[in-house]
Design a protein around this ligand. Structure first.
Ligand code: SAH
Length: 369
């Protein structure tokens, strides 16, 4: 990464850590110890790695960025449900966010994949200050590691639903997903990548050997409205998106989770529900309905609870596995893209969108508690 004198200690894979131990004149087992500190004990600094010899720790300090140097914590915000939002500064000054979402004994971590986003969805705060750059694998992995350090344990689920479009940073996202799977020990089916509809990414993802999950942000049942809300639809319209999703389910035998934001007066009438049903009825999928979280500069609001329920019940009653979600972090300035944006525009108040959802088992037709 340009501007770094030292690379993050989360960048090397297992082989790389062994090479690093060898370069420091250490035996191979030191690499295992280091790996344990990084992925099991979630050390923030090299100082904490008490079973490593002082000379090796000094070597690491001189040659690598520690976890807390990879991402420096600027701010946290917590809401009543225990959801915690983290704002980090990267080595080159870029800001990103991560959200830790507890649910009973379990925890979901929502990671960012890019600094900013270039896809320009009308309702999303992450795009408002444009795209800066892709995160490297270490910057993605370190988000979950530092949240784990804070929470005192590893996450149960990882969702790539933070800032950025994961499939526009495909290689680094997949490398990070593999670390979550292989090094953190999080099952592939507990790791979800969410895309705004980058069709080549979906097709490539369908060919990966791991059973990672796919979520697709749909948000509208027709091209006219979807293109208005999500410019990506002009490049890959709904027909192509659905064909890619079919290809994904056929190849992997897994279902697709569709995210559908409910926007009052825009996409949640009975007609929209019927159109959505027609679109998804022979696809192996489930639908997460998310009442819109208000974002400055996007005029629209969430519908009433009754409208949200009626929309969900219509889909459920016609056999579509549907869950009405409540976004977390809405009562603190605490959800993806919001803190970063607030910082960039000197903490403008009132932006409370929560777009991180848990990747938990779904109950058809049930409302999230
Ligand atoms: N770029 C990816 C992942 C990041 S966004 C994607 O588009 O899927 C994660 C989810 O939050 C997406 O479904 C996104 O559409 C949704 N989201 C963004 N802004 C939101 C808002 N204001 N209210 C509710 N959901 C929002």
């Amino acid at each position: 990464m340009a501007g770094y004198n030292r690379q993050s200690v989360y960048l090397p894979d297992r082989d790389g850590l062994e090479k690093c131990a060898a370069a420091a004149g250490e035996k191979k087992f030191r690499a295992s110890q280091l790996e344990n500190w990084l992925y099991v004990r979630f050390a923030r600094s090299f100082d904490e790695m008490s079973n490593l010899p002082g000379s090796f720790r000094r070597f690491l300090c001189e040659n690598f960025l520690s976890p807390c140097e990879t991402l420096s914590l600027l701010e946290t915000a917590a809401d009543r449900s225990g959801t915690v939002k983290y704002l980090w500064r990267l080595c080159d000054g870029e800001l990103i966010e991560t959200v830790g979402i507890p649910s009973g004994e379990r925890m979901t971590v929502c990671v960012s994949s890019q600094a900013g986003c270039g896809f320009g969805c009308a309702f999303c705060a992450s795009c408002k200050n444009g795209f800066s750059r892709n995160l490297d694998c270490a910057e993605i992995v370190a988000q979950a590691a530092l949240v784990s350090a804070q929470a005192g344990g590893k996450p149960d689920n990882i969702v790539f639903m933070g800032i950025g479009e994961p499939f526009a940073n495909y290689d680094n996202v997949l490398a990070a997903a593999r670390r979550f799977n292989g090094c953190f020990g999080i099952g592939a089916r507990k790791i979800t990548v969410s895309t705004c509809g980058v069709v080549p990414g979906i097709l490539r993802y369908a060919c990966e050997p791991e059973q990672f999950e796919l979520a697709v942000s749909l948000h509208a049942p027709d091209d006219e409205m979807r293109s208005r809300l999500m410019p990506v639809n002009r490049r890959w319209p709904i027909r192509e998106l659905m064909a890619a999703c079919r290809e994904y389910t056929a190849r992997t035998n897994r279902i697709v989770t569709f995210e559908y934001i409910l926007v009052d007066g825009l996409n949640c009438s009975r007609r929209h529900a019927s159109e959505l049903l027609a679109l998804l009825k022979d696809l192996k999928c489930r639908v997460n309905l998310i009442p819109l979280n208000p974002v400055n500069g996007f005029f629209w609001r969430a519908p009433s609870r009754e409208i949200c329920r009626a929309f969900g019940e219509f889909l459920t009653s016609h056999g579509l596995n549907t869950t009405l979600r409540h976004s977390r972090g809405g009562n603190v300035n605490a959800s993806c893209g919001q803190l970063r944006r607030a910082r960039a525009s000197s903490l403008c108040a009132g932006e409370t969108a929560g777009n991180c959802l848990e990747n938990t088992a779904q109950c058809a037709g049930k409302e999230e508690k």
